[in-house]
Write a protein that binds this ligand. Structure first.
Ligand SMILES: NC(=O)c1ccc[n+]([C@@H]2O[C@H](COP(=O)([O-])OP(=O)(O)OC[C@H]3O[C@@H](n4cnc5c(N)ncnc54)[C@H](O)[C@@H]3O)[C@@H](O)[C@H]2O)c1
Length: 259
């Protein structure tokens, strides 16, 4: 077990990628705080249609302890409470995974300004706030880790005027925070997923999903588990000398010239 007895917070852990990360962490022996706006898993139109049990129930089936903390990553006070509740329940904190994120369809002419603000708050500002509150607890850990979930859209446009810039900023926030905490042995890395089968994809048409598969060199779309395994690696002792990186986990989507 690579994460035995470590304590992790995973934001957006009830569904999708966050749930996949919680389960892989639990498989590796970590105790997991599932921080989400809702405890029940989302059910997607295309993916995860049949998910019923909460993430905490699944974490406990794997022999680890789980704790659900109702959290709105758009609210500073809620993020502060998330960190404090995690530490008061488990007595320490080793890993923070900033995964919660939202997508709203729209371009510069159609995206509501309130939605632009909401995307920036949840997908970017929340990562600064959670780092602010968690770092004092991560510094004394023997294996302090922050893992930020960005996107392949960090490196290109095509996902709207808020989502793509927020994800690009997450990559640079990752580098900046990595420098800040490096002297304490805390690492800070980003994972940049390609198309992963989760409920966030509900806004797409089947045709658009087929197009994503065509653009993915490996012969399938991604699963939450694929991101979960990459997160286990970055959280593990094997990755103790890796910091400030943005790791694409995308089935090769970014590899061809011209993408
Ligand atoms: N699925 C993909 O293809 C893909 C690709 C690249 C990046 N990502 C990123 O991965 C992360 C997870 O995406 P997903 O596909 O699992 O999404 P999802 O919509 O399937 O799940 C997101 C989870 O976050 C929770 N959440 C939403 N707003 C929240 C808030 N304000 N506070 C707390 N929790 C909140 C939801 O309740 C849900 O459980 C996001 O940051 C997303 O941008 C996803």
């Amino acid at each position: 077990m690579q994460l035995k007895d470590r304590v992790a917070i995973v934001t957006g852990g009830s569904s999708g990628i966050g749930r996949g990360i919680c389960l892989e962490f639990a498989r590796e022996g970590a105790n997991v705080v599932v921080a989400d706006i809702q405890e029940q898993p989302k059910r997607g139109k295309y993916h995860e249609q049949d998910v019923v049990t909460t993430t905490v129930v699944e974490v406990e089936k794997l022999g680890s302890q789980g704790l659900f903390v109702q959290t709105d990553m758009g609210e500073e006070a809620s993020i502060h409470r998330m960190v404090e509740q995690a530490v008061s329940h488990f007595g320490r904190l080793d890993i923070l995974v900033n995964n919660a994120g939202i997508y709203v369809v729209g371009d510069t002419q159609t995206l509501a300004i309130a939605d632009w603000d909401r995307i920036m708050n949840v997908n970017l500002k929340a990562l600064f706030l959670s780092a602010r509150f968690a770092i004092p607890y991560l510094r004394p850990s023997q294996a302090g880790r922050i893992i930020n979930i960005a996107s392949v859209h960090a490196f290109a446009g095509g996902a709207g005027p808020a989502y793509a810039p927020a994800k690009a900023a997450v990559v640079n926030l990752t580098r900046d925070t990595a420098i800040e905490v490096a002297s304490d042995g805390v690492t800070v890395n980003a994972i940049c997923p390609g198309y992963i089968e989760t409920p966030i994809q509900d806004y797409l048409t089947q045709e658009q999903i087929d197009d994503c598969l065509e653009k993915t060199p490996l012969p399938r779309l991604g699963l939450p588990r694929d991101i979960g395994r990459a997160a286990v690696f970055l959280a593990s002792d094997d990755a103790e000398w890796i910091t400030g990186i943005a790791l694409p986990v995308d089935g090769g989507w970014l590899a061809p010239i011209g993408t």
